[in-house]
Design a protein around this ligand. Structure first.
Ligand code: ZN
Length: 303
């Protein structure tokens, strides 16, 4: 029996296999690289906490609506009860492996600039949007409105949380309504779409940014490709629903690698909040514009 040597134990989580290139990499090395594969640049999913730590200035995040917890008002059951799923998710959150709900929302700073955020967490029930996500989003957005501070959402989600039925669908309207108020009040609203961003989230607040950014390779779409293919009975183009394809087709404004996010966001925030250009510098601005019109009138009268 000596020919069966005992396998060398590898501590769990020390190595990870890259979903992009399939190579094994030190988990620590990937984490130190903002959870991006050092070999192929694959952007791994990150929890909302990690995202906040990567994006915002250290120690500046103040959560809003952190006390809100999901409730199983419909007593929903599919493969298991929603109540038991809430319990499991809460245990995952307590272990630090997910946020306390599908999104963390609050105030923070980016390079010293005030910024409100709503950062979704795919590790919490697939980042699905239920009542709590909608309410946290709304609170952070309303706080942004009140203080006239830009609002950024990082959207990564499987869509509406079906366990909450129509209540989850109502969050699409609720979040869209507050985004409309931001627009009316001219408070900048930015979105960053991270892998994956689908369903009711992609069809509501994630698609309504003044500027829409995406991470490289992110899957972005409403329904999955198989569902679409079988519905419209057409073969879908290569790379369909990936950030790069959507950039080419004008759905998103820019793809930003994670390593450059802080810098790019900072530049965009400065641009969106630059002091208004003096509206009336009348002398040089109006004269050249008046000249051709005057000439035209002369010519017209002369003819
Ligand atoms: Zn890789």
């Amino acid at each position: 029996m000596a020919m069966f040597r005992k396998k060398k134990e590898i501590p769990l989580g020390l190595w990870m296999k890259c979903p992009g290139c399939g190579k094994m990499a030190f988990t620590k090395a990937v984490e130190d690289n903002l959870n991006v594969c050092p070999d192929c640049g694959h952007h791994n999913k990150v929890t909302a906490r990690t995202r906040v730590a990567q994006l915002l200035d250290e120690g500046t995040f103040e959560a809003l609506g952190e006390d809100l917890v999901p409730r199983d008002v419909l007593r929903f059951v599919d493969e298991g009860s929603y109540a038991s799923k809430i319990e499991k998710a809460a245990a995952k959150a307590a272990a630090g492996k997910a946020a306390s709900e599908g999104a963390l929302a609050g105030r923070g700073r980016l390079g010293g600039r005030a910024l409100n955020v709503c950062v979704m967490d795919f590790a919490y029930m697939g980042g699905s949007m239920g009542v709590v996500v909608g309410e946290r989003f709304a609170r952070a957005a309303e706080d942004a409105l009140e203080r006239r501070v830009p609002f950024l959402t990082v959207a990564t989600s499987g869509g509406a949380r079906m366990h909450e039925g129509a209540l989850s669908l109502m969050q699409m309207a609720k979040t869209s309504a507050v985004v409309a108020r931001l627009r009316d009040e001219r408070v900048p609203y930015l979105t960053l779409l991270a892998d994956p961003c689908t369903g009711g989230v992609s069809a509501s607040f994630a698609a309504q940014g003044d500027i829409t950014l995406a991470e490289p390779g992110a899957l972005i779409g409403f329904a999955g490709p198989r569902v679409i293919q079988s519905t419209i009975k057409t073969r879908l183009p290569e790379g369909f629903q990936r950030a790069e394809f959507l950039l080419e087709h004008g759905y998103i404004d820019r793809i930003v690698p994670r390593a450059r996010l802080r810098e790019e966001l900072g530049a965009l925030l400065d641009f969106l909040q630059r002091p208004p250009q003096p509206a009336s510098t009348p002398v040089p601005a109006s004269r050249p514009a008046a000249k051709p019109a005057a000439k035209g009138r002369k010519r017209a009268s002369g003819a």
